[in-house]
Design a protein around this ligand. Structure first.
Ligand code: ADP
Length: 410
């Protein structure tokens, strides 16, 4: 391990080392943040942290040690490389055996996680054409680890890979064929590690005989749904980019593709401005005019704020409508799995979405639904419901660590 970081001193450097056996480091390097988790081989112990505000003078690392101690470390200048060096220095003492990176786009080329080599790194960079904000930051993370720990094996786990099992009927857009063949314009889908994790977990805990057909609803700041049958994604709501599909915190989800030309003609907006508006000023924030945070909106709605009430209604209506349509992809419909910050916590959102799907013969217990929040896992359907209903907290870090170990044969 490199001496360039091993001399860095932090207050937790000598805290309990013993519980993290053969840990895998999971890195999620974004354009302005880096999330990380060090996860033991048996997945029972982890250290987590977040570097935020990268690129700004206010950049800092929020780190929780193995003993639960919280640290804040400033990153002068806010550079990504420096943040990564500091994170690696904090974790060095635990002798991680592998690094797994969340990479947003794997294009058509990657249908599973792969070990990093020079070619894979080049591919991650080349695919920035499909994920301009994310893939370059992901590549930076790979290079920073390579520079400090050239001997530690690294794996990339693509957000898109799980959805590569989608058939052409689900992934092609009805646009000229040449755009698919020459420019790779198709639906890819995202949140793959989350949909993989919760569908696998649901199949593990249900008593229903397999193969199982799940609709997985990942409702967080970003929202997507997937139809997963027998462990394979058959369709999903996000497309070429993570803008398609459900209404989200600040993203619109589906709009008429004619909106772009209309706004250009009407308001003289540029494509970049429209893209920015649809990604950052829309969704829950756009309709409510208040916030992208559902908790704030729910509170305002309860106090009579009409736009907040409408934001929730549209969110649930669109989610229910999408889930209903995605059920067409499943040969059998075993159940719905709710996950993500909203899916795991908002009892009323789950109930409203299911109300939109009222023709499906779904029956559930309000009390059981109310009991599931704050990290709880469980089902809330009635015995005579047509399908099962589950809340399963997602664990993308755990899934990435698992796929990293599997890829390396550990
Ligand atoms: P991200 O996509 O950034 O990982 P999360 O999965 O953490 O986001 O989800 C964030 C969303 O979850 C926010 O809209 C937040 O308001 C919502 N949320 C979290 N806890 C609750 C809660 N108790 N009730 C309602 N919404 C919640």
């Amino acid at each position: 391990m490199s001496d360039s970081v091993s001399n860095t001193t932090f207050s937790d450097r000598n805290s309990g080392k013993s519980d993290l056996i053969n840990p895998t480091l999971v890195l999620n390097c974004g354009s302005s943040s880096i999330k990380y988790a060090l996860i033991s081989e048996d997945e029972s112990t982890r250290i987590t942290g977040l570097a935020e505000n990268l690129g700004l003078d206010t950049a800092r690392i929020k780190h929780t040690t193995l003993n639960g101690e919280k640290l804040e470390i400033t990153i002068p200048g806010g550079r990504h490389e420096l943040a990564l060096q500091k994170i690696l220095a904090l974790l060095e003492q635990y002798h991680f055996v592998a690094v797994g990176h969340r990479v947003v786009h794997g294009g058509r080329e990657y249908s599973k996680a792969v070990r990093v080599d020079a070619h894979v790194l080049e591919e991650v960079k080349r695919l920035k054409i499909l994920a301009p904000l994310h893939n370059p930051a992901n590549a930076l993370g790979i290079e920073a680890v390579q520079a400090i720990y050239p001997d530690i094996p690294q794996v990339v786990v693509f957000d898109t890979a799980f959805h590569q099992t989608m058939p052409a009927v689900a992934y092609r857009y009805p646009i000229p064929k040449a755009l698919y063949e020459e420019e790779k314009i198709r639906r890819y889908g995202f949140h793959g590690t989350s949909h993989a994790y919760v569908s696998e977990r649901a199949s593990h805990i249900t008593t229903a005989k397999g193969p199982h057909g799940w609709l997985t609803a990942h409702l967080g700041n970003g929202c997507s749904a997937a139809a997963v049958y027998d462990g394979k994604s058959l369709d999903t709501s996000m497309g070429l980019t993570p803008l398609e599909g459900l209404m989200m915190g600040t993203r619109s989800g589906d709009v008429d593709p004619g909106l772009h030309i209309h706004l250009k003609r009407l308001l003289g907006m540029s494509l970049e401005e429209i893209n920015d508006m649809l990604n950052n000023d829309s969704g829950l924030l756009g309709i409510s005019g208040l916030s992208n945070d559902l908790r704030t909106i729910e509170q305002a709605a309860n106090e009579g704020h009409v736009d907040a009430q409408l934001a929730i209604e549209i969110f649930c209506y669109r989610a229910g409508k999408y889930l209903a349509s995605l059920s067409c992809a499943l040969p059998e419909f075993t159940g719905i799995v709710f996950t993500g910050g909203i899916g795991e916590n908002s009892v009323t959102t789950r109930a409203r979405i299911l109300d939109v799907m009222r023709h499906f013969g779904i029956k559930f217990s309000e009390d059981k639904n109310k009991s599931l929040f704050g990290g709880g896992e469980g089902s809330f359907h009635d015995e005579d419901s047509s399908i099962e209903l589950w809340v399963i907290p997602t664990d993308e870090e755990c899934q990435i660590a698992k796929e990293t170990r599997q890829t390396l044969g550990f």
